[in-house]
Design a protein around this ligand. Sequence first.
Ligand code: GLC
Length: 640
Amino acid sequence: MNQAALHKLLASKRNIKELDELFELRLATNLTLIKDLFFSIYPTEEKAFEKLLKRMLVLFKKRPDVLKHQDIARLQSGNWYESERMMGMQLYVDHFNKDLKGLKEQLDYIEDLGINFLHLMPITTRPKGENDGGYAVNSYTAIDKRYGTKKDLYTLTQTLQKKKMFLMLDFVVNHTSDQHEWALKAKEGSKKYQDYYYTYADKTIPNAFEETLPEVFPETSPGNYTYIPEMEKWVMTVFNSYQWDLNYTNSEVFIEMLGNLVALSNMGVDIVRFDALAFLWKKMGTISQNLSEAHDIIALFRMCLQVIAPGTILLAEAIVAPADIVKYFGEGPKKGNECEVAYNASLMALLWNSIATKKTNLLYKSLTNVPSKPNDVTWINYIRCHDDIGLGLDDRFINELGWNPKGHRKFLLDYYCQRTDWSPATGMLFMYNPKTGDGRITGSAASLLGLEKGLKTKNERLIAQSVSKIIMLHGIVLSFGGIPLIYSGDEIGTLNDYSFLKDPSKKEDNRWVNRPKLDWKAVASIKDGKKASSQIYNNLKLLISIRKKNAVFADKNNLELYHTGNEHILVFERTSQKQHGLLVVCNFDESSQVIDSSWIAKLGYLKNQKYHDLIQQKTIAVNSGFIEVQPYQLLWLKKV
Ligand code: GLC
């Protein structure tokens, strides 16, 4: 029996009293794949496999009944995460409203905007001082006091469930902090726990690895190994020196981490964000990213979860080359058996490229060449997150446009990071490597799009332009197919927050510039329609409400890109078999642009020389032979 048929059968048994039966049934369906995956990673470990199966049963028994019922309901209701009703927001709990209780109290604000999905940044315990925003975890389950208690989290998840809101939390799967109990025991000399990490008595092996390993944080944490005097050993630390990479060649580590994953899911988490999952396997002579063994481990996690907690889905945080991202949806026997959701980092980088160049040529070239994703999986579409913006652009396509890749990247860094006078952007340069010229960009959406400069110089034109850009970029991610994710504060055009420069534990990491606290005063004056913040908020709220009313926005792999012959314009259609499709049109230039209406007529949109823009709520007749698109305007056109 295949998985879909099994789920149907289970779902049809509405009165399943013996929930425990589910375990056996699901295990029987998935056992072959679980076995294949396990033994391809750990070929000789029969005993460990038995241990895994036993542990899976224990973990299943620990799953609260209410969540077991939810699992059944989820399987029954199909791909809820592809719905047009999904609308996400990402936030740091303490930067939003103090703590978990404070967040619960202000859910109305989030709901008013139309949000029904929250990504809370890490809330578990972490080292004092530097901790990579909580991505250095001391524990996978203990809630850090600054956010509240387990009970507060439980109360929050109950409230979210009542409100039919979804929750995503991180699973920092690649590393722990150097103060996690495993690391502490390793430092005390425990061989068992030293083997949970990659530890070496001397630098022979590390040096060999370093030959090909890139550096993630070259400015603040150069190299990939750190010497730990307590154990007189080197440990692999690909990210910061206080983040120790877990050793997945050790099956114990996999089994223990599965326990942590299930504990997270049992807290009422709907989507688990697999942090930095591209790094899970290391091989000498490679860059140790995206290796096939890493995919096997992810699929093994997924398949074990399929037995224990199938209602929980996984998000791939793989900020890698476009062709590599789609692999996290699973390929071959792993197809559909890895992550259900992935960040659309390629679209994100290309949108920033289009803003700086005012052209959409690279965006078209790159998007038309991204391998298509399978059905039943979807994107998180976003314009920026808590991290830096990497220039994940394909040099091949930059070359094909007749541009020089190195020069082009320099232009983008100059444009966004205040290295030229004429640019409206006020971003910062992150992890610049003078040897290679590589660097990344930080800054809030509003500051990168010119609002900070506009307000500072009281330049009304710049302010108006930046407001339009903020709305247009969000409008694109809202209509692109997938789950749109807004960074908290961007909905009111929050500017860069420079306060991190005064905090010794943050000042070396300028990603904090784009993690501002929510300005509740600005929120209180949203009703004052003249302010930039109100215009942004009200327009985003309108776009979200339109998205939620139009099923064509649900992700059914129903997106077609169209070339219009105008290099400043982006047009794509969300096609539909049941209803008329919808054309998304936008202009990346600061002057009005035209599209020849005969071109759109070819698509059957202008038979009557009329279309309806869902955003402006007006029907427009096109008589003059072209459609005019204002600077940074977004249109959502339906055939009348
Ligand atoms: C992910 C997080 C980032 C963190 C890194 C290491 O990329 O998004 O903030 O620094 O993982 O955990």
